[in-house]
Design a protein around this ligand. Structure first.
Ligand code: F0G
Length: 464
């Protein structure tokens, strides 16, 4: 790689500070805004068309060509091959799913699920970690840290163990999904349980990173988002490089939606796609900051000159009213999304919309995904519930091609899934509302007659 073909730049056009790609920052040192990774495309080798990437399949015994992130490396070319970290992330599938499509209200062949639960640690985060760890290697980082509700910490712990770095994760006490805690502990991460929620952990990890010189792996790290762009490259790859009409994704810290917007912005500028899909970002009604900012307060990117005071006023209002997020979808239980500004840009690039859906519909949609043979954790259900709401509103037409991003595996938050099916929710996690696909376990005596009778007589407990 030529040394100066990539740099970091502040996204505020009135600041525009430029910093080297070999530096580590989580915000612009001049003005505090987020940073982008920017490429000097004219000086980089690029494929003539996206389908040229298909050739890498033939050389997949090279781990970089096998990786669903690095096989697109010309589009995230910020380090040399020797820095690139991979554990086989991004072997994920875009699955046409007519069963879920009918539930959403789309015609046959129109709904696709991009299942990121197939990643090594079970979520989309591995796309971002492959990239961020490669940058961490480039800058010689030894200790890496994140705040997390589960998936980020599990992913960071796996990659740190692989890359030989010390992992430090901040989780809200009692707020991390058990299976995800298991992954972090198992991979040797130093796990700090902070008395507070995700937003509190995020604040603290930033402070600790600054004081101790830890390399921060949350999505304020612009290199992490470079890896998450590849989710969109794979969607395009599976659709023969024809952009779908809609991408629908859950919105938490808004890293994914920001990365998706950047991916399409770059591909369009490079002439590698001729059309950009529309983007729908879905909040839970219990953690609806983006929905409020965009729909009630009409906050817009405005060429980078968005109303920064309106954002600060919302944060203050949350403080003054002691407003805390609460949703069964723990991955998106976030009320101060760190990537709000970049997400506003993505919404502009993709002519996007934002919606908030209630938890009982998130859980119902999540159950539909399981019923039709895939499975996902609750936040992913928000994509499907959001798509369904947008079809009902007439914003998405029944003939449009829609890709819902399933961000994580169904083995995150399993107590929520069991609560949905049995009606026995974990304390403080009850979700009111109809459970249309509830599938109850059947208690049976240890007796063959009774067992056979239960098998034969059992009505399907939930109709499709
Ligand atoms: N879906 C899943 C499964 C997640 O784990 C997260 C974030 C999101 C969606 C939200 O994505 O931030 O890009 O809008 N999980 C973080 C974590 C908070 O700690 O694992 P976003």
């Amino acid at each position: 790689m030529k040394s100066d073909t990539c740099y970091q730049q502040c996204i505020d056009p009135d600041c525009g500070a430029k910093l080297g790609a070999g530096e580590t920052h989580i915000a612009c040192p001049k003005c505090g805004e987020l940073l982008d990774v920017v490429y000097d495309w004219d000086r980089l080798e690029l494929p003539k068309r996206l389908s040229d990437f298909n050739r890498r399949w033939a050389s997949r015994s090279n781990p970089l060509d096998f990786s669903g992130v690095w096989r697109f490396r010309e589009l995230l070319n910020f380090c040399d091959d020797r820095h690139r970290v991979t554990i086989g992330e991004g072997q994920t599938l875009l699955q046409r799913n007519d069963g879920v499509g009918r539930y959403v209200g789309l015609r046959e062949g129109r709904l696709f699920l991009q299942y990121e639960g197939l990643n090594p640690s079970g979520s989309f985060k591995d796309n971002g970690m492959a990239a961020a760890f490669s940058h961490a290697r480039r800058v010689g980082a030894r200790r890496v840290a994140c705040a997390s509700t589960g998936n980020t910490s599990a992913s960071l712990a796996l990659y740190a163990a692989h890359a030989g770095m010390q992992a430090i994760v901040f989780v809200g006490s009692g707020r991390i999904a058990f299976g995800k805690l298991a992954q972090a502990l198992d991979c040797g991460a130093r796990t700090l349980q902070i008395a507070g929620d995700f937003d509190a952990c995020m604040r603290r990890v930033k402070q600790a990173a600054q004081r101790l010189g830890l390399y921060l792996m949350n999505s304020v790290n612009p290199f992490r988002l470079e890896g998450q762009k590849t989710i969109m490259y794979r969607v395009l790859e599976h659709l023969g490089y024809q952009a779908p009409d809609w991408i629908v994704a859950p919105g938490g810290n808004l890293g994914n939606s920001s990365a998706f917007g950047k991916a399409f912005m770059e591909l369009k500028a490079l002439g590698l796609i001729d059309r950009v899909p529309r983007l729908a970002v879905i909040n839970s009604t219990g953690a609806d900051t983006l929905d409020r900012l965009v729909n009630a307060k009409k906050l817009r990117w405005n060429g980078g000159r968005y109303d920064r005071q309106a954002l600060a006023a919302d944060w203050k209002w949350q403080d003054d009213t002691h407003r805390l997020p609460h949703t069964i979808a723990s991955a998106i239980e976030i009320s101060r999304p760190v990537n709000t500004s970049k997400c506003l840009r993505a919404l502009e690039v993709c002519n996007g919309v934002v919606r908030a859906v209630p938890d009982h519909l998130i859980m119902d949609a999540r159950a539909q995904v399981g019923r039709w043979g895939l499975g996902c954790e609750p936040a992913s259900g928000a994509s499907v519930a959001g798509a369904r709401q947008l079809v009902a509103e007439g914003v998405i037409g029944p003939d449009e091609r829609v890709v819902c991003i399933l961000t994580g595996h169904s083995l995150k938050d399993p107590e929520a899934t069991v609560g949905y099916h049995t009606g026995q929710w974990a304390a403080g996690k009850e979700v009111a509302g109809e459970r249309t696909l509830a599938n109850l376990p059947i208690p049976v005596a240890d007796d063959l007659e009774a067992i056979c009778a239960a098998i034969e007589s059992a009505e399907p407990t939930a109709a499709r």
